[in-house]
Write a protein that binds this ligand. Structure first.
Ligand code: NZQ
Ligand code: ZN
Length: 388
């Protein structure tokens, strides 16, 4: 078991009706609030109107229109400008992971005099950030319980992860009822994202039995409950169990005591969504079985056997190679069954830029140091396999 040093300062308020606590939560911060949100889902669901009522007495500045795969320009830059001009005390992010990630970059940029991109790319350390409260409306990223965010810069095809303890939300308010309106495409993608977050922590060198059981249980819960909500979008219990699993996704808590894997599937997917602006969870579902097939070997096979027997109940007495191959097929079949696109052409990506993306990933993501090391040629082979 590897050593760990773990602290999460975020207060989680979870359950039916908890948005009513917003007033009490916001009372601990100053009066000037930057309210950030996306393209309009919170207006359609009625959440925006409710939030505005609960913010009575505050001075509210709004930053609407934050897009999926949130953009540095204009959203982060605009948010930083609004914070500085209005002397903002706290950011209230209402929406999916993209709104929250963008708000994290804004929170750091607001406390820095230079170009915010310096912080996002670790050129300059983050020394301070505005406090963030969020009402998260998508069960997917786990951004509500982690200190990371992912920002895209269109002109350079960069999609960059930023992590810093200053970026933990102060308070995350999570009412699974607000996910009843999430479209099927995003519901599936959110679950695929979380399953992948768990796999990125499961497929590693050093691991302990307790974490295996915790993660296998979470994946089984996600697989069961996504089928329920795709049939019945307003099933509260199923939506709540999905949200619980996704909230823990990137916090580290699933795998305290495990060694790091290098998060290879995320590294590869981030290039896909940077170059083609695809939905993150869909890109991950496509990459997952191909990455697995590529890295399956004598060193890694133990993880596949554990995964196959633990998650899919594959007969443990079968030869190891057969268990591993069945496990990879099972995850592919599951995604196919729930309606995920399972090849790059299905999400509008042709083979014209695979080499360029493989090079970008190899240069920027450090995957040669991952648990299952990948060189540029390996990344290209995985991407080529995603075409079929
Ligand atoms: O923009 P609006 O109108 O709000 O619509 C959004 C958006 O179109 C919609 N939506 C969100 N909540 C809804 C809803 N529609 C109806 N009802 C609701 N309750 O869903 C669409 C997608 O939203 P988005 O925020 O982009 O989705 P998600 O939460 O999956 O976030 C994806 C982003 O997070 C990054 C991804 O790379 C991607 O950029 N990630 C962030 C991580 C983190 N902070 O730890 C880790 C992840 O691995 C991931 O990389
Ligand atoms: Zn993810």
């Amino acid at each position: 078991m590897v050593n760990f040093d773990y602290q999460t300062p975020t207060r989680l308020i979870f359950g039916k009706g908890v948005v009513d606590k917003l007033q009490e939560v916001m009372a601990q911060f100053g009066p000037r609030v930057l309210l950030t949100y996306g393209g309009g889902s919170i207006k359609r669901s009625g959440l925006y109107d409710k939030v505005i009522v609960l913010l009575a007495g505050k001075q509210v500045t709004e930053l609407p229109g934050i897009q999926p795969n949130p953009k540095y320009n204009p959203s982060v830059l605009e948010g930083v400008r609004l914070c500085k001009e209005n002397d903002i005390d706290v950011i209230l992010a209402v929406g999916g992971g993209s709104v929250l990630d963008c708000s994290k970059a804004i929170a750091a940029g607001a406390k820095y005099d230079g170009e915010p991109w310096d912080l996002i790319t670790y050129k300059v350390p983050i020394k301070a950030a505005l406090p963030i409260v969020d009402i998260i409306t998508m069960a997917a990223t786990g951004s509500e319980y982690d200190c990371g965010g992912v920002i895209s810069r269109t002109e350079t095809n960069d999609k960059v992860g930023i992590m810093d303890p200053h970026l933990f939300p102060a308070v995350s308010i999570i009412d699974p009822s607000y996910t009843f309106t999430v479209p099927a495409k995003q519901t599936r993608a959110g679950v695929a994202d979380c399953i992948n977050h768990i796999m990125e922590q499961y497929f590693c060198g050093e691991h302990i039995a307790m974490n295996d059981a915790f993660m296998e249980g979470a994946i089984k819960s996600l697989m069961k409950n996504v089928k329920i909500v795709l049939q019945k979008p307003d099933d509260y219990e199923a939506r709540a169990e999905i949200f619980y699993a996704t909230t823990l996704g990137c916090n580290g808590i699933y795998a305290l005591g495990n060694s790091m894997s290098g998060w290879p599937m995320h590294a590869i997917e981030h290039a896909l969504s940077a170059y083609y602006d695809i939905t993150h969870g869909e890109g991950l579902a496509i990459v997952t079985p191909r990455w697995m097939r590529h890295i399956l070997n004598e060193t890694t096979i133990e993880r596949f056997v554990s995964f196959g027997t633990g998650v899919f109940g594959i007969d443990a007495s079968l030869p190891q190679q057969e268990i591993a191959e069945r496990a990879i097929q099972a995850i592919y079949d599951f995604y196919k069954e729930i309606g995920m696109p399972m090849s790059l052409p299905e999400v509008g990506i042709d083979d014209s830029r695979l080499g360029e993306m493989a090079h970008h990933i190899a240069v920027n993501e450090g995957l040669e140091h991952a648990w299952a090391p990948l060189q540029e040629a390996d990344i290209l082979a995985i991407l080529q396999d995603c075409m079929k």
